[in-house]
Design a protein around this ligand. Structure first.
Ligand SMILES: [Zn+2]
Length: 474
């Protein structure tokens, strides 16, 4: 095990199964997968997957975060894993402020929970406060105005003195922000927002495919978000509908976010490996000082391509790229210079790559059409749109994945579909098979930091993979 690996919690080995919530979860998973990884054939039944999840909480030094390795205390003395396991965890940060202004001695905090149909007035009323109190509070500043948008289940902590006057208020505006209100003087209140830093812990999961990535991920304890992220990271190299084979394997190192010692949710995948039909793919997350994050291969190449393979979620390919096709409307031999993706009307169409809009409007038989220019060599064309996305015009820049329009059947079209063309140096190429250029590799200025900050993750992946192989008796 890498010296930088520090165990702060024992490996639990407990499968992350959420009793009683599985049908809901599975439903969401299936829905999300269906939308994003369209075209995946689901296994007909919930096949049992025999992978061994080891998703204990193991703390690594985290790359690419604000607290970089320089702030991690160096392991000057060799620490045995056992000693580290029994080490007590650092006390969780308190969400309550240390320096609350001392209230009137007789004032007391009470907690009121927002119910269905409640507004702030109703909540205050239940606590014995008046409409005037509501007005004073929400008009204090723009932060307290947020209190007009409270939701059922939210909690308001109110400090009320013996005369029934509101002296203070505390409200969790979000996962990481707490609004504090205190009476400043007779005339009103003052507010401040406390920002809470979530504690990050490292977890690991591993799986082996017996039927589908979906089942293996559920069995490995990955939630919906992590599974989608895993598929997105490797989706540029692996076609999860066609390429997946039994005994494909994956290991994932990811963050878990904690507040006051309680897990809030999963964070990002930090590193992952996928072995598909014997071929190994490895991804490491790197975040620049400016907060841009991306996944790279260990040698710094981007996991992404410069273009999406398909710019929309489609139900089927209704017509392939074909230089000798008989045109369905004209009945004459006319080349089909693109790919037709049948999809329900209104399905979003995404920019295949970062680029600039060079055409946007009616284009003869193409109907409503957008043409994007990507650098000097590439253009992509999107035809038969029902409508364009709002807020764009010719000359505007768009990012990869940004919605540029919606599937329709305008122009010479036999049904709702996206006609998509991909041109390299002005020559039409088959969008489904053309070699897609990689996105930019890690910038030179960040390369040294990338290598330094991902070294421990790469070592951990090595260890996990060899354990996995040993367990499988390979
Ligand atoms: Zn077409």
């Amino acid at each position: 095990m890498s010296k930088k690996v520090e165990l702060v919690g024992a490996i639990s080995g407990i499968r992350r199964i959420f009793p009683g919530r599985k049908p809901v979860r599975n439903g969401l998973l299936a829905l999300g997968f269906g939308l994003i990884l369209l075209g995946i054939a689901w296994p007909p039944s919930d096949a049992i997957v025999g992978s061994e999840p080891t998703d204990g909480n193991i703390s690594l030094t985290l790359p690419g975060q604000s607290d970089r390795q320089s702030q991690v205390p160096p392991t000057s003395a060799p620490t045995t894993a056992k000693a580290a396991e029994t080490q007590p965890q650092a006390p969780a940060p308190q969400s309550q402020p240390a320096a609350q202004p001392t209230p009137e001695p007789s004032a007391e905090w009470t907690t009121v929970t927002v119910r269905n149909g409640d507004n702030l007035a109703a909540v205050f009323n239940r606590a014995g406060l008046s409409a005037r109190d509501v007005h004073e509070v929400v008009t204090t500043d723009e932060r307290t105005a947020e209190l007009t948008r409270i939701f059922p289940g939210d909690e308001l902590h109110l400090l009320i003195d013996e005369t029934g006057a509101l002296q203070g208020l505390r409200y969790e505006m979000s996962e990481t922000q707490v609004l504090h209100l205190s009476r400043a003087d007779e005339s009103g209140y003052e507010s401040r927002v406390e920002t809470i830093t979530l504690e990050r812990r490292i977890a690991e999961a591993e799986g082996r495919i017996t039927s589908s990535l979906f089942n293996a991920a559920v069995d490995a304890g990955l939630d919906h978000g992590l599974t989608m992220e895993l598929a997105a990271i490797f989706g540029w190299d692996i076609d999860f509908a066609l390429d997946i084979r039994r005994n494909d394997r994956f290991v994932v190192i990811y963050e878990e976010l904690y507040k006051d010692g309680e897990k809030v949710r999963n964070g990002n995948i930090l590193a992952a490996e996928f072995i598909n039909r014997g071929e190994r793919f490895r991804a490491l997350r790197y975040e620049t000082a400016t907060g841009d994050s991306n996944y790279y291969t260990p040698d710094g190449r981007s996991m992404r391509k410069a273009f999406l393979r398909t710019p929309t979620d489609f139900t089927r390919v209704s017509s392939d790229f074909n230089p000798n096709r008989v045109h369905p409307v004209h009945g004459t031999v006319r080349p089909h210079r693109g790919t037709d993706y049948a999809a329900p009307p209104g399905t979003p169409i995404k920019a295949a790559g970062d680029g600039k809009i060079i055409e946007r409007g009616w284009k003869g038989g193409y109907g409503n059409t957008v043409v994007l220019q990507h650098g000097t060599r590439y253009t992509t064309l999107y035809a038969h749109m029902r409508s364009f996305a709002n807020g764009h015009g010719v000359g505007d820049r768009v990012k990869q994945g940004e919605i540029i329009g919606y599937v329709g059947s305008t122009g010479l079209s036999t049904g709702p579909h996206l006609h998509y063309e991909f041109r390299v140096d002005g020559v039409h190429r088959n969008p489904r098979t053309v070699d897609l250029p990689e996105a930019e590799p890690i910038a030179e200025q960040y390369r040294a930091d990338f290598e330094r900050s991902t070294a421990s993750l790469a070592a951990r992946l090595d260890a996990l993979t060899s354990t996995q192989l040993a367990q499988a008796g390979e």
